[in-house]
Design a protein around this ligand. Structure first.
Ligand SMILES: [Zn+2]
Length: 362
């Protein structure tokens, strides 16, 4: 609906569609995966890096499944810090699926961050900046999505290992790109629209059409049918109607506005630094590097998490990665094999890169 993830059209875009697709669902069923097991898998990843296991109260008090008694709940996955240094919970209507396994890992990442900085004074119990919070679990997801780790989970057959076959590996990278990269454009649109609404750049008669203008310009998507000011499409996004408070000062805007966009860049910075700490990168390319079970990488990551909000985010980031700013290079390194392939393939087929705006359907 928002074009924030393009996995649903991945079949149209696979570099090598004749190669059989990895289907994890069947393997998960064969192994009797349950909702609890999915949380245990995420927990185990962190524990392998010397993080703490999830407290008993987490298992007792969280809402990990849609309640069976039919009561109405909000299913949007979220992780909660009850600020007493012990009580941490997740609320999610988890289903047994590979997609949800990745979301579970993301949410458990929030909980691990809460637990690590719980030793800080209350005011410092926050992410170094909001994007850091979003990037913790997704950094683990990058290790989880490697042939090595998927084999460990029994989700790919050893004989079917992706790195035996470059074409399958490119298909897999394309899927990850379709999952992660469109969010950078979508979150920019969402926050730019919010910012422009609050700064009164638009009149109240232009809210929906301005939304579509931004979506076409930055995401390259069009509305599936004619829209008008009778519609209010931005309101379909939970974050617009329910989540972030109105921002008052320029500083707050700077910190919050790019929460999701920056987190996508950060997770690759984290992943690269951790693969280096684990002594794996550059011997193993980033998209095949898993830090599972590596104490050095764990130590490095925990130091960042423990600091919470107690230092300038630039310092926290520099301690871990050696770079004191957002840096898109690790993301580009991660996707380099796919990028090289696309450059060559587009040159071969004479494909036009990019899009023109055309007529707005609003
Ligand atoms: Zn999150």
């Amino acid at each position: 609906m928002w074009g924030q993830d393009w996995m649903s059209i991945s079949e149209l875009l696979m570099p090598f569609p004749e190669k059989p697709k990895q289907t994890f669902a069947k393997k998960m069923r064969a192994q009797n995966y349950t909702v609890e097991k999915m949380y245990r898998v995420a927990e185990d990843f962190f524990v392998s890096l010397n993080f703490s296991s999830l407290p008993e109260s987490f298992w007792k008090l969280s809402m990990l499944k849609k309640p069976a008694d039919g009561r109405r709940v909000m299913c949007q996955p979220s992780a909660w810090d009850f600020c007493d240094t012990q009580d941490f919970r997740i609320k999610m209507c988890t289903e047994v699926s590979f997609k949800d396994l990745l979301i579970v890992t993301h949410e458990v990442g929030h909980i691990q961050y809460y637990m690590e900085y719980s030793g800080q004074p209350f005011v410092f119990r926050q992410g170094a900046k909001p994007a850091f919070h979003e990037a913790v679990g997704d950094t683990m997801v990058l290790s989880l999505l490697t042939p090595e780790h998927l084999e460990r989970l029994g989700l790919v057959d050893p004989k079917d290992l992706l790195d035996n076959d470059e074409q399958k590996s490119l298909n897999f990278l394309m899927e990850i790109a379709l999952k992660k990269l469109p969010l950078v454009a979508f979150s920019y649109v969402m926050y730019k629209w919010r910012h422009d609404v609050m700064s009164k750049t638009y009149s109240s008669e232009q809210l929906n059409c301005r939304w579509w203008e931004l979506r076409e310009k930055f995401e390259g998507v069009k509305a599936p049918s004619k829209r008008s000011e009778e519609d209010f499409d931005p309101g379909s996004k939970w974050h617009v109607v329910a989540d972030l408070p109105f921002l008052r000062t320029a500083e707050l805007i700077k910190v919050n506005i790019f929460r999701y966009q920056f987190s996508k860049i950060l997770e690759f910075q984290f992943h690269k630094a951790l693969c280096e700490a684990a002594g794996k990168y550059p011997t193993i390319p980033l998209h095949k590097c898993s830090i599972y079970g590596n104490a050095e990488a764990g130590e490095k990551f925990r130091t960042l998490l423990k600091a919470g909000y107690s230092e300038a985010w630039e310092d926290t980031l520099e301690d871990m990665t050696g770079v004191a700013d957002m840096d898109v290079r690790p993301l580009l390194e991660y996707f380099k094999p796919l990028h090289d392939y696309l450059v060559a393939e587009n040159a071969r087929t004479g494909e036009t890169v990019g899009w023109t705006k055309g007529e707005t359907r609003c």
